[in-house]
Design a protein around this ligand. Sequence first.
Ligand SMILES: [Mg+2]
Length: 200
Amino acid sequence: MYIVCLDMEGVLVPEIWIAFAEASGIPELKRTTRDEPDYNKLMRWRLDVLKEHGLGLPEIQKTISQIDPLPGAKEFLDELRSFTQVIVLSDTFEEFAMPLMKKLGYPALFCNSLSVDPDGTITDFHMRVENSKLTTVKALQSIGFDTIASGDSYNDLGMIQASKAGFLFKSPESIRASVPEIPAFDTFDELLQAIKQAMV
Ligand SMILES: [Mg+2]
């Protein structure tokens, strides 16, 4: 039995922090793991910036609700979920992703979580497990699923390479060139066809 594991940011929705930096008018939030490779440090810094701007979870969710999924993403997910099981596997936080999941028809989402005070202040974050994409795909395989995975970035390669079939989607040229053996697509139609063919 197949299950499809999809990365979220860059595949179904824009990069949340970049879109949020634009929507909120806080450009320094565009800083990514390319600027600060220590993810925990980067997240603590982001939470401090949010606090400085007086942004708690309700304000952040309101801003994120102005961000739209990538064009065609909802239709792609609807079609995919009509013939197979799908899990969105992301390194983001469910509290940030929820406004976007609403626009995608609430697919299953496996990601991380935040601690939030009653007044809306975000006080901490919790990563579900180390290396969550690969770990999750392996766990699904251990309960009898054949996985098919797709994502756009380096942190997706583990789950793509460990799966029965895997595809890059909307990846930068540098990533495609580093793993030329992985088929790479740019349109939802191509990705849908490739997933269907992998299930034959
Ligand atoms: Mg991504």
